[in-house]
Unconditional design. Structure first.
Length: 370
């Protein structure tokens, strides 16, 4: 079955009859932050989705039916996102929707897609709450449950650290990830010596930093977005911190380097482990991405590419573009060699991709421990 799926998605040999909501196209929605601070994730995801669609359409589409992606800019705002999803479902009549990297958006739209029975494929949102958001919600990005536990174990076992301080953003993302890390670390007999939070709109963190620096700790764990992370790193350096700084997956962002100067040097953070560079799917993706965009692959472009790919696979498996069939057949996808990693959906529609550790060295992102 897996071999057949791989052949189907690479060659797009369309020898099947697919029912469709339109005689000419398969309409798929995409809700992404294309403007605002989160656009740094939304735009690469859009590029990945567009590349996947163009490759399929250039090979004839699905039995002559082209894929049409209808993009909506959420601005990372839950209200804007819910309005966009309602439009995509009621007016555009999409058969499924691809979501991006803001957990608050995903959790806001989940009840709508669940009630409408339209599959939602999440490419970057990481809140543990998404696991229980519904039967029509699937995610190809690891949950914070996995990231937090991995990071806690890595700090305890590999870095041999026992006393950790935490500064985190006060939203679904920050609270969820910091709590998972804290609970996992304490369960390993580690100690959380200080825990400070801030609002997402904050631009000054000296109060939180000064409170944390009163404590004796081995490392400081930052759970936030790159914009706040850059300011935190600079202010930590200004206030004399000399302890190891740990970060989250979200720190894999060029703007963090641009805005923090050399204050980010030595930062360690997790990231899904790199895929095999000899993976035929990845080679095709890498070459096609450069041909289309004339640049190296940015963070989350691979997830956008895979997001559309697995939706197409589910259509091919069931020979149907009916949303209910897409949902049922997504659960059947196991061990798909995606360009973002191995994709196997569990009974909750979740994946479990392995992590590695990144380091910022000489103002560049490098692998510290694969």
């Amino acid at each position: 079955m897996i071999k057949l799926i791989k052949i189907l998605i690479i060659t797009i040999v369309m020898s099947i009859s697919i029912s469709c909501n339109n005689d000419n196209v398969l309409k798929i929605g995409a809700i992404l932050p294309l403007t605002g601070n989160s656009a740094v994730w939304g735009i690469p995801t859009k590029e990945g989705i567009e590349l996947s669609a163009s490759l399929i359409n250039n090979k004839g589409g699905i039995e002559g039916k082209k894929i049409e992606i209808i993009f909506e800019d959420t601005k990372a705002d839950p209200t804007t996102a819910t309005n966009a999803v309602q439009k995509l479902i009621s007016i555009d009549k999409v058969i499924s929707i691809i979501d991006n990297s803001n957990s608050s958006v995903t959790l806001a739209v989940a009840p709508i897609v669940e009630k409408s029975k339209i599959p939602l494929l999440v490419t970057g949102a990481s809140s543990p709450k998404i696991k229980d958001a519904g039967d029509y919600i699937f995610r190809i990005w690891n949950s914070d449950d996995l990231e937090g536990e991995f990071m806690a174990n890595y700090v305890f076992d590999s870095l041999k650290m026992r006393r950790i301080a935490i500064i985190y953003v006060n939203n679904n993302y920050g609270v969820g990830l910091s709590n998972v890390f804290s609970n996992s670390f304490v369960n390993r007999s580690g100690m959380i010596v200080s825990k400070e939070t801030f609002e997402e709109s904050s631009i000054d963190f000296k109060t939180q930093i000064n409170k944390v620096l009163l404590h004796n700790f081995d490392a400081l764990y930052l759970v936030c977005y790159p914009k706040q992370g850059a300011i935190l790193l600079k202010q930590l350096k200004e206030l004399g911190n000399n302890k190891q700084i740990l970060g989250a997956v979200a720190f894999e962002d060029p703007t963090l380097l641009e805005n923090s100067g050399n204050a980010a040097e030595g930062l360690l953070f997790p990231l899904p482990a790199p895929v095999d560079s000899l993976n035929s799917n990845y080679i095709e993706f890498k070459n096609a991405f450069y041909d289309k965009y004339k640049k190296t692959i940015p963070f989350l472009a691979a997830e956008g590419y895979d997001g559309l790919s697995v939706l197409i696979i589910s259509i091919l498996i069931g020979k149907s573009s009916n949303p209910e069939d897409i949902k049922n057949n997504l659960y059947k996808i196991q061990k798909y060699n995606g360009v973002s990693g191995l994709i196997s959906f569990d009974t909750f529609g979740e994946v479990h991709k392995p992590f590695g550790i990144r380091i910022i060295k000489n103002n560049k992102f490098e692998w510290y421990d694969k």
